[in-house]
Design a protein around this ligand. Structure first.
Ligand code: SF4
Length: 289
């Protein structure tokens, strides 16, 4: 059994070479994370803290939220971070502060029926299908007024996708499969994205038929991944944020000697036999998309 995640599936679709380095050969990354990933990670951690307090009946003051952000920023900070855009670390820190202030003012006192934060979920696609999907829901809400379960997802990216992208979004739709498995197939589930850079919330829904179709598509995609034995690099604008770019042959770089053997053997030895549980991807979850 191999454990897949939305991030893993997306990496395969984005660039097979990156997929091989990351998930098959498991080559350590030369760049720990991008500054965008750091910003996303810190904002998510603070919102989790905020709602954990709210669940316990405590509404944090705005000062406490910003102070927590400052602490988390310093704790998770790494010298080995990539800044692609023409901005400074301070600019990104200030962006995070602004995201949190806007969010705070809009949502205080945070009593919207939040049940859990950073909820880990497992999805079985089909009884006979051996592979599973793991995911983490930023925040799960039960809205007493509407009777709906709400899957909330925070986005710190600069880009705002068009409406069609939300109707096709795979990640939260997948998570709603897990919620229906837990609470019942007929419970209504609302998907909700918070685009913090735009102070904007976007919602969408899926029918049970949509979800059955999605399961089939993912099974087909995983079958394709398991059969793949060629992993060419696929250059794209996202390469600038790729943590493997310093090792990437498409950019005239190469893998350090100590990893070369592993890289050459990886497709033969490991494909389709990876049994280790995937740890939750840290950086790719927050990267610009
Ligand atoms: S730099 Fe681009 S082509 Fe190279 S591994 Fe990363 S995503 Fe793929």
């Amino acid at each position: 059994m191999t454990v897949y995640s939305h991030s893993r599936l997306s990496t395969f679709e984005q660039c097979r070479y990156k997929y091989k380095l990351k998930y098959i050969d498991k080559i350590p990354v030369p760049i720990e994370k991008s500054i965008e990933a750091h910003l996303g990670e810190c904002v998510h951690a603070v919102l989790e803290y905020l709602y954990k307090n709210a669940i316990n009946g405590k509404t944090l003051e705005m000062d406490e939220v910003i102070e927590k952000f400052s602490l988390v920023w310093a704790e998770k900070y790494s010298e080995n971070m990539k800044i692609v855009r023409d901005l400074t670390e301070k600019d990104y820190f200030n962006k995070g502060v602004k995201f949190l202030i806007d969010y705070y003012l809009k949502h205080k006192p945070f009593q919207d029926g939040t049940i859990e934060t950073e909820k880990r979920i497992w999805i079985s696609l089909e009884k006979s299908f051996p592979h599973k999907i793991i995911g983490y829901i930023d925040r799960l809400v039960f809205n007493k007024k509407t009777g709906e379960y709400e899957i909330h997802d925070y986005k710190t990216a600069n880009s705002l996708p068009n409406k069609e992208k939300f109707e096709r979004d795979r990640q939260l739709a997948l998570y709603s499969i897990a919620i229906k498995e837990t609470y019942g197939r007929e419970v209504p589930v609302l998907l909700k994205w918070h685009y913090l850079n735009y102070d904007l919330e976007i919602t969408s829904k899926r029918t049970n038929e949509d979800l059955e179709k999605l399961k089939k598509e993912i099974i087909e995609l995983i079958k394709r991944i398991e059969k793949t034995n060629e992993f060419p690099p696929q250059k794209s604008p996202l390469c600038d944020w790729c943590e493997y770019k310093p090792y990437c042959k498409a950019w005239g770089n190469s893998i350090p000697e100590e990893f070369v053997k592993k890289e050459k053997q990886g497709t033969i030895e490991n494909i389709g036999t990876e049994k280790l549980k995937e740890s939750f991807p840290t950086s790719s979850k927050y990267i610009v998309d």
